[in-house]
Design a protein around this ligand. Structure first.
Ligand SMILES: [Cu+2]
Length: 256
């Protein structure tokens, strides 16, 4: 039954571990909406016939005495309560609990008008020092290039690579206005807000190339932020790629 509704809703391809739960919640909410729609339409038709003019030439000032509507309202509230307490809240608790950094692909993402910048901590697993006064068009992360820890940090724009079946922790921020980092296939969306670093996590389950979208209208070039891509690949391919994205020593970084 759920599969049928899933086909009818034409949910986009799914490539992350938790995404099934998102889809299930969407489907359960739709079942509730279908039940409400059918109920309301049936009631509407019943009222049109039952209280038609020819049968009720004079207005009835007493009105309805039955308490059926109260019971039905109570039932709808119970179903909504179950969706919220049994599904949505535990799901949210999971969404805000980060996996261990050691077992994850960790990255920072800074959105800007109009694109996505990504930074990885490199082999040492430690991000180099950052300072907001260093933020510039060629240094969206404000990295202190002289810091030893930043020497092996990798940077790139508009293409973010991750490892298949390995959790991803991404710290989302923005350089200018509010953007929203959204990858439909991963079922993740997070606003990118200047001055805040907000972590998200997900585990990609299928190798492939997935579009990144900006889900907040952020200016003239908003639509062009869809030219960002998430590439899901093997650990081996990821290691090779990340090594090519480490700026050369003495160089100014990937954005110059
Ligand atoms: Cu944007």
């Amino acid at each position: 039954m759920n599969d049928k509704l899933e086909k009818l809703l034409q949910l986009p391809p799914l490539a992350s571990e938790h995404g099934k739960q998102v889809d299930d919640l969407i489907i359960y909410v739709h079942w509730l909406m279908i039940a409400l729609f059918v109920g309301w339409v049936a009631y509407f038709v019943f009222v049109l016939i039952r209280f038609r003019r020819s049968r009720n030439p004079k207005a009835d000032y007493t009105g309805v005495k039955s308490h059926a509507s109260t019971w039905i309202e109570g039932l709808v509230a119970v179903v909504e309560g179950v969706l919220l307490i049994a599904l949505a809240i535990p799901f949210w608790a999971k969404a805000v609990t980060l996996p261990s950094e050691k077992d994850s692909t960790v990255m920072q993402i800074v959105a800007q008008q109009f694109g996505w910048n990504v930074r990885y901590p490199g082999k040492d697993g430690v991000f180099g020092k950052q300072d907001m006064h260093r933020v510039a068009s060629d240094n969206p992360f404000g990295v202190d290039r002289a810091d030893t820890n930043s020497k092996d940090d990798a940077e790139n724009s508009n293409e973010i690579h991750v490892v298949v079946n390995k959790p991803v922790i991404a710290w989302i921020s923005s350089k200018d206005v509010i953007h929203s980092f959204k990858i439909i296939a991963m079922r993740v969306t997070q606003d990118a807000i200047p001055g805040m670093r907000i972590p998200i996590h997900f585990t990609p389950t299928k190798v492939g190339r997935y579009q990144i979208n900006c889900a907040q209208l952020c200016g003239n070039g908003h639509a062009s932020m869809s030219s960002g891509f998430l590439v899901v690949e093997s650990q081996e391919d990821f290691d090779k790629w990340v090594a090519t994205k480490v700026p050369p020593a003495g160089g100014g970084g990937a954005f110059e």
